[in-house]
Design a protein around this ligand. Structure first.
Ligand code: ADP
Ligand code: MG
Length: 322
């Protein structure tokens, strides 16, 4: 049996580039750059709830960090440091090797140092804390949207949720379609470059982890505004488009999570700059609607169908979809 000490040394001790002191002491030491704020977030993945017990460990390592990086992207932050708290049912060295390879491959790609954590025996549970930097006052927050702002999203929406629906046998995809959508589900690409490019351009931002409807609503709630978006304007992959006559696909588009795209708002006059930000980040951006003044008693978010009628939001989707 491998000892806890040996396990940490073998799989989780890597040279830190942006830290004074990394793994190995009672705590790590970091310096935040002059003029920057420290951006901190944590996301936990629980076996049986966020992933299957027998999920591929390499992909799990990737995803555990990716969902955290996505929060840095949504803040417009440069990710720098992460800690990893792991509960493991057993010290399975093959599992650990693959998990740490998946985690570290993404960490290196984004210049993130793994600077500490905790390892204990227990039901499989992965908790990552991520820390980054943003110039003082420049973070993209949820509370900055103003009436008249355009609402934008990056990439395409709903592919990950479509894969999940297929895995749960709610919809049938061809093997090639499932492979494409499952890659979005397992290996989300955090939009770090886009978050950075949107600093000083977007007024508010959030990453889409729970579905567009729910996450855009967080912006509306925090900003004290309302919004109207158009169903037909939502960016969908060619695969999702093919199944748009199916409830599962339509709900995936509006209410599916796990895409980890960014939803953000920006003033009309910034349209050109938004488009340039997308180009610089290499991500397609789509304008899907408009922020409006909040009217008491009126719904906060209106989704318009192609015929102009409003879809009524219900738990987990829209009643239009039933
Ligand atoms: P302590 O008893 O002080 O909590 P530990 O023995 O738990 O120390 O950890 C020793 C060192 O290894 C610490 O620097 C800790 O941050 C690091 N560490 C423990 N588990 C992990 C992990 N899964 N990933 C990265 N670093 C870890
Ligand atoms: Mg410890």
């Amino acid at each position: 049996m491998i000892s806890e000490f040996e396990l940490i040394r073998r799989y989780f001790t890597h040279r830190a580039r942006h830290a004074v002191l990394g793994v190995g002491d009672d705590a790590a030491l970091v310096n935040v750059r002059r003029g920057c704020e420290l951006v901190v977030s944590a996301d936990m993945l629980v076996a049986g709830r966020h992933f299957l017990r027998d999920a591929d460990p390499y992909r799990l390592g990737h995803k555990a960090l990716a969902v955290n990086l996505s929060d840095m992207a949504a803040m417009g932050a440069t990710p720098r440091w992460a800690t990893l708290a792991l509960a493991l049912p057993e010290a399975d060295t093959r599992w650990l090797a693959a998990f740490s390879r998946g985690f570290m491959a993404l960490a290196r790609r984004f210049g993130v140092d793994l600077i500490g954590g905790d390892t204990t025996r227990g039901p499989l549970n992965i908790c990552v804390q991520i820390m980054g930097e943003v110039p003082r006052g420049a973070a993209l927050r949820r509370d900055g949207a103003r009436a008249g702002d355009d609402v934008w999203v990056s990439g395409t929406l709903g592919d990950a949720a479509l894969a999940l629906a297929a895995l749960k046998r709610r919809i049938r995809l061809t093997p090639a379609e499932l492979a494409y959508c499952a890659a979005k589900l397992d290996q989300p690409a955090p939009r770090i470059a886009l978050g950075l490019a949107l600093r000083g351009v977007a007024r508010s931002a959030i990453d889409i982890s729970d579905g567009l409807r729910a996450d855009l609503d967080h912006i509306l709630e925090r900003s004290g505004v309302a919004a109207e978006i158009e169903l037909a304007a939502l960016p969908a992959s060619r695969i999702l488009r093919r199944y748009l006559d199916r409830v599962a696909a339509r709900s995936a588009l509006l209410a599916g999570g796990d895409d980890y795209e960014l939803c953000f708002t920006a003033p009309r006059r910034a349209r050109e700059r938004v488009v340039r930000s997308g180009r610089r980040a290499g991500v397609a951006l789509t304008r899907i609607g408009r922020i409006q003044t909040r009217v008491r008693g009126a719904p906060r978010l209106i989704v318009r169908a192609a015929d102009g009628t409003a879809l009524r939001p219900v738990r987990g989707g829209f009643d239009h979809f039933r």
